[in-house]
Design a protein around this ligand. Structure first.
Ligand SMILES: [Fe+2]
Ligand SMILES: [Fe+2]
Length: 274
């Protein structure tokens, strides 16, 4: 059994939906899908159904796009989250931890981002708009009153968290560490806008993820953590955990080489004898 992973299919783009049709079938293998398939429930269901036909088992967590409620389909983003988990259950897609053979646990971790404060991955950016007016989540998500932050709310849904004696592969849509944002893994004191930055006032690190997610990964004793959201392909090993990101992303990102999905998802594990 092999484990493959990918994120950010964004099938609203026709060429991305076509890519999904064109990938091979993996009848004995597992797929981890780390969010951002579509904010449209019909397209999400279509893409997930397609993947259940291509893989023996599919694991999924919603990304931020799935929780947009701009079409009045649900009262708020948490209601839509519950609706999506029900949809996954009906399609036979796993959204909770599961032991997939005698030696490997796959652990989906629900998450969101902290825009500021000690749990945030934020690094200040020169000239940024800290109110994030350009960020679609600000306009398309809706939240009921919560006793805690949105990020903390989702982390609480992952509990209880405990170490396991088997290999643990966890995954989330959002990032768990600041280093992962940067190709070289070095956290700057301040972000300088790149001369070709199309959105110089937008600071991605404010919407990247949360440190609470990393705390859960460490409590689990994850060997590999797969994540999405940034639309950058990354591979970092930090303090014994290998962090991998592999996104389909937008066409303009594929053309710039920021993502390179090739002919299918990325293999991240192989339990067969070599
Ligand atoms: Fe995305
Ligand atoms: Fe995302």
């Amino acid at each position: 059994m092999r484990i493959f992973a990918i994120s950010d299919l964004h099938v609203d783009y026709k060429q991305n939906r076509n890519w999904l049709d064109d990938i091979s079938t993996y009848p004995e293998d597992v797929l981890i899908l780390a969010g951002d398939v579509s904010d449209r429930l019909d397209r999400l269901q279509d893409a997930l159904s397609c993947l259940t036909e291509k893989f023996a088992r599919v694991f999924f967590v919603p990304g931020n796009h799935e929780l947009w409620v701009r079409r009045g389909e649900c009262a708020d983003s948490l209601e839509k989250f519950t609706h999506i988990l029900d949809l996954c259950a009906n399609l036979g897609i796993a959204t909770r931890p599961e032991k997939i053979d005698t030696a490997v646990w796959i652990v989906p971790l629900f998450s969101w981002y902290e825009k500021e404060g000690p749990e945030s991955l934020c690094v200040p950016k020169i000239g940024e708009d800290p109110t994030l007016q350009i960020w679609s989540d600000l306009h398309f998500t809706r939240w009921p009153p919560l006793n805690t932050s949105i990020a903390q709310h989702f982390l609480t849904l992952n509990e209880p968290i405990s170490k396991r004696k088997e290999t643990v592969i966890s995954f989330s849509h959002f990032l768990p560490r600041q280093e992962l944002i940067y190709k070289d893994g070095i956290i700057p004191d301040v972000i300088q806008p790149h001369p070709q930055d199309p959105h110089p006032t937008f600071n991605f690190s404010r919407v990247a993820g949360s440190k609470g997610l990393e705390a859960q990964i460490r409590s689990l004793g994850s060997h590999i953590h797969f994540y999405g959201h940034q639309h950058r392909n990354r591979h970092h090993t930090i303090d014994g955990v290998t962090y991998i990101s592999f996104a389909l992303g937008y066409r303009r990102e594929q053309e710039r080489g920021l993502t390179d999905p090739g002919k299918g998802p990325k293999q991240i594990w192989d339990s067969r004898p070599f």
